[in-house]
Design a protein around this ligand. Structure first.
Ligand SMILES: [Cu+2]
Length: 358
């Protein structure tokens, strides 16, 4: 198993380097000055690991926002008793949540930790420009690259590594979300969470213990071993469950890193009051299940009216109960029997003809 993993790493390294030399922008690094950002206030972006979200933006004017993100390859838990060599943005899967405002000039510094085995880069779907920044950020282990972009379009965007073989870098966990708030900001809510789905492909079967190596074959065949929220089975259950109080307004920034599957995101026992479908500016109301494409997002909002354990799932339901895509939102507070009573009785009833006949 180790040998295969080594082989895969060597393959990634070789093809990564090949891709680097093939890319003309890589060969001749230039330092073009970014547009007139000098007069803008400089702010260092707060980055958060899931399920946390940086605080809402309250300023009313654009700023120069410095994002300092480090790519780290690390062995972490994927399920009870099983680990995986994840490749990360900021040390977590999904990567750090980034929050900027429409009109901001974003100075993006991308570091690749010295312990990394392969080069990485970043394609931010929020970027207007070649490769979403990928070409400008091909980053060798131990190096830092930088580029600057203007956040032109508000929305919730996926970012991911785009180093060849791209699918493998994404399959290893290299994705996250960047929110570009509209100028007027988002409506205030009581709780915001960051939940991102991903599919994982291991040589071993689901539940096999120990360090699990990446299976390129399963990934190409789109047969995931794990489909999980926030990088591991159980990342949002037990002590890690999301929590809220009855009456609170909840917003979940939902992403899907893929690399392959489309998510049918649903919360059992809740109805989304609003869904900013595909992470865009328009919302649909009163939604049960929303599609989150691979490399896409949605913003879902709902009021937690009554207490209970509400279950976040991919409603392609075998994934939920056999591959891991299950999270809990635990809502505490006063029961409201007008909205939901709980069980009112369980009793035997007289035998007779079955409904619909025999
Ligand atoms: Cu990468």
């Amino acid at each position: 198993m180790r040998r295969l993993q080594h082989h895969v790493l060597s393959y990634a390294l070789a093809s990564g380097i090949a891709a680097m030399f093939a890319a003309p922008a890589f060969a001749a690094p230039k330092a073009p000055a970014a547009a007139p950002a000098a007069q803008l206030e400089t702010i260092h972006a707060v980055l958060t690991a899931p399920p946390m979200v940086p605080p809402p933006i309250t300023r009313k004017t654009p700023a120069k926002v410095v994002v300092d993100l480090e790519m780290v390859e690390k062995e972490m838990r994927i399920a009870d008793g099983a680990t995986y060599n994840f490749w990360t943005f900021g040390g977590s899967v999904p990567g750090s949540f980034i929050r900027v405002r429409k009109g901001d000039t974003v100075e993006f510094k991308l570091k690749n930790h010295h312990s990394s085995h392969v080069p990485h880069n970043i394609d931010l779907h929020a970027v207007t420009g070649t490769g979403g920044g990928a070409e400008a950020t091909n980053t060798l282990p131990g190096h830092e690259t930088q580029f600057t972009f203007k956040a032109l379009n508000p929305g919730l965007y996926v970012y991911h590594c785009a180093m060849a073989p791209v699918g493998m870098h994404i399959a290893n966990g290299m994705y996250g979300l960047i929110l570009v708030e509209p100028e007027e900001g988002l409506e205030p809510v009581d709780k915001e969470f960051y939940v991102m789905q991903g599919d994982f492909y291991t040589e071993g079967a689901h539940g096999d213990p120990g360090l699990q190596s990446f299976s390129l074959e399963k990934a190409i065949d789109e047969h995931p071993t794990y489909v999980v929220f926030n990088g591991s089975e159980g990342s949002l259950t037990g002590d890690n469950a999301l929590t809220a109080k009855a009456g609170e307004k909840i917003r979940i920034f939902v992403g899907n890193g893929g690399p392959n599957l489309v998510s049918s995101f649903h919360v059992i026992g809740e109805i989304f009051d609003k869904v900013y479908f595909e992470g865009g500016s328009k919302y649909q109301e009163n939604v049960q299940t929303t599609l989150v494409p691979a490399g896409g997002s949605a913003i879902v909002e709902f009021k937690a009216d009554v207490p209970g354990n509400f279950v976040l799932v991919d409603h392609s339901i075998f994934r939920t109960f056999h591959k891991g895509s299950l999270g809990i939102l635990k809502v505490t507070g006063e029961e409201n029997h007008e909205i939901y009573t709980g069980q009112q009785h369980d009793r035997e009833y007289p035998e007779g003809e079955p409904q619909g006949g025999r």
